[in-house]
Every structure is written in C-alpha cells, then in structure tokens.
Ligand binder design. Structure first.
Ligand SMILES: Cc1ncc(COP(=O)(O)O)c(C=O)c1O
Length: 374
C-alpha cells in the first residue's frame, strides 16, 4: 500500500494524550482542555429551538450568511474598517486558521509563531504544504526579541502568527509590543495572522489587535468558542480588509466544508446580537478564578506570568512536563497539559485551565497539587 503524506502521518496529537487517559478515570479534577464550564447562552438555546422547528437548513454562501458576515464585521469593527465582504465564516477558529494557512503557504514556505505557542499551530501548518518555525517573541523583561525574530525569517517566510491573549501563557501583548512585532512583519513583508479567540476575556489589560495598526497585512481570526462559551457550535471567522484575500481563503472553506453549518450560523448571529452581557459575566468569573489560581501558584513558589487574558496559567514546575503531568494524574487525579508540545522553551511548564472548573474544583485541584508537590 502506498504511504500517506508524511507531513500528515507525522502530526502529533500529543496534547490530547493526558485528556484521553483522564477520561477513563474516576474522580479526576479536569484542568486540561480549554472547554469553558459555562453553557451556551440561554437566549441562543431558546431562539434556536424555534429556528430548528421553522427554518429549512440549506447550504449557505461559502463565505457565510450575509447577515452574520455583517454582524461579525461590526463586532470586529473597532479593529479595522471591516464590512461583510471582509469576513469569511468558518467551522470554528481552527477552520479559519486552516483555510488561511492553506491559502498562503506553498511548498517550501514557512510560518513563524511564538515559543511557546498553542501547539495545534504546528499540527495545522503540518496539514498544509508549509513549515513551522518558532522563536520567543518577548524576553523576560517584556522586550520584543527583534534580532531573534529576524533570525528565523528568510525568503521562505510568508507570515507570522500573533496570538493575543495568548494560549498557553495568558499574555496580552501591549500596544508597543504589537507595534514592534508588526513593524518587523511590515519590514519583512509578512502577513500577520492575529489569533484573537480570547479577545473578550481580559482581566487587567487592554487588547490591541495588529489589525488596529497594520490593517492591510493582518488577518483576524476569532470564534464563538471561548468568548461566548460555544465550542460545540463550531463557528469562527477570518476577517481582513483585503477582500481579494478573503475571496481566496473562501475557496479552501468551500473545498473542506462547502459552507459552515446553517443552524450554527444562525446561533452565531443570535449570540453576537444578544449575548454580550453573558461574556461580561464569564469575564468576571474568570477574573476571580485567575486571582485564586495565582495565589496558589505563588504559594507553590512557581515561576509564572500572571495572565491578563484567556483562561490558562503556564507555570514552570521545574521538572519534565510529561513526567509531572502523568504522575500528577496517576497519583492525585488532576489533569493538566504538559508544556513540551508548546515549544522548546516549555519542557518544564504545565498548562492549567481555570476556564473549565469552578472555584471549588480549582481549590480541590490545587490542594491535590500541593500534596503531590510536597
Ligand atoms: C489560541 C487558539 N486559537 C484557536 C483556537 C480554536 O478554537 P475553535 O476552533 O474552537 O474556535 C483555540 C482553541 O482552543 C485556541 O486556544
């Protein structure tokens, strides 16, 4: 039998390894997957019950339902002058990322991400003809590592991904940092993919999108998954002022899904129009959990940046991240994600999700972690 494409065969699904083991066990405190413990907004559920009865779900335009594209354009309108034609609705943020990367990356092209990064970037880039390069964008003092970034960029480099707020660190890039990284991208003529799927989940910080500063070369990726706790509806989008680019990215959307799910698009429209108070409620709850978690991290003496956004902390636990995560799960029944897949700088880090567990569950999880460490 002929072999499958090596770049697909070699894709690692390692981030899920701990979760799969945890699912087989009893009494596990789940701090691993970034699954919000909030339900779909009630207004969406109620309105969808009627829509399911009354509508006939059909194929939609491959860029999405026009009303939804317009609603997304106004939701994102504080970043750049978007209109509906600048938006492509996708199957989750991950669908947008794949469509963009597959549109831009040809054989031999490279894409740069931060080290550490959300590890599925490696997987998504691996599913395109392109290749992944990683470099730490920021040093410990918050300075942009310009020469290191420029060192990984060459003639093959087509784009960089800037994820703010960032998974796994919770870092929210300051305006100065976004400006500096964007200037490098401009100078090197790179696209900037601005992954902003946590942009409504901010604690002590203001969000600055590269689209604010570099609208011509930025493609915003966003979704309902975290900002509206609607992971299972699988709706995301790409937005760029470059209409021709959105048109081309839509061709990959067509090739992979024909169009996003009709009913989920209706749900997305309701969420954007009616559920923004719900996002505020989640933000308040996550803020309290962030403070609780950081108190425990300080007591443990772990080195960790305090997240200003998103739903994760990424402490350095001072030992191999896989050993730590496996032993913690086995002996105390706490599931966390090992840092190693996030990049070379993260071998001794773990990711703890505070968006998936109540304060009580987090306290129980940290009691067990403290017992494990001592
Ligand atoms: C940084 C980042 N980008 C994109 C996504 C994709 O989310 P979804 O496809 O559920 O919209 C996630 C999900 O965890 C994420 O953490």
């Amino acid at each position: 039998m002929k072999q499958v494409r090596p770049s697909i065969h070699n894709i690692e699904l390692s981030i899920r390894a701990i979760s799969e083991t945890a699912e087989q066990m009893d009494d596990v405190v789940r701090l691993d997957i970034g699954q919000p413990d909030f339900d779909t907004p009630q207004t969406v559920k109620e309105r969808m019950a009627t829509i399911v009865q009354e509508d006939t779900p059909t194929y939609t335009s491959l860029w999405g339902i026009p009303e939804l594209r317009n609603a997304i354009a106004s939701f994102e309108g504080h970043k750049a002058p978007f209109s509906g034609e600048h938006v492509m609705v996708s199957t989750g943020g991950i669908g947008a990322l794949f469509c963009i990367l597959d549109t831009l990356l040809d054989h031999g092209d490279t894409a740069v991400t931060n080290d550490p990064c959300w590890s599925p970037y490696r997987m998504i880039i691996g599913a395109t003809p392109g290749q992944h390069r990683q470099v730490s964008y920021i040093d410990d003092t918050g300075q942009v590592q310009e020469s290191a970034i420029r060192n990984v960029i060459d003639d093959t480099t087509k784009l960089l991904i800037l994820n703010t707020p960032e998974n796994p660190t919770g870092r929210v890039y300051t305006k100065e940092q976004v400006q500096h990284i964007g200037e490098i991208a401009e100078d090197e003529d790179l696209y900037i993919i601005a992954d902003e799927v946590y942009d409504q989940l901010l604690y002590d910080a203001e969000h600055c999108s590269p689209a604010n500063l570099f609208p011509d070369r930025t493609i915003v990726v966003n979704s309902l998954s975290k900002n509206f706790a609607m992971t299972g509806w699988r709706i995301g989008w790409a937005a760029a002022t470059n209409e021709e680019l959105i048109h081309d990215i839509g061709k990959v959307n067509r090739a992979t899904t024909a169009c996003p799910n009709y009913l989920s698009q209706q749900a997305a429209l309701i969420a954007l129009q009616e559920a923004q108070d719900y996002t505020a409620e989640m933000r308040r709850a996550y803020h309290e959990r962030r403070d609780l978690v950081m108190n425990h991290i300080h007591e443990l003496g772990w080195d960790c940046i305090s997240p200003d956004g998103a739903i994760y902390v990424f402490p350095d636990v001072g030992q191999d991240s896989w050993d730590f995560a496996n032993n913690l799960l086995e002996t105390e029944g706490v599931a966390v994600v090992p840092g190693e897949p996030a990049g070379p700088s993260s071998d001794t880090h773990i990711r703890i999700c505070f968006g998936s567990a109540s304060q009580e569950q987090l306290t129980e999880g940290f009691n067990r972690i403290e017992r494990f460490v001592s």
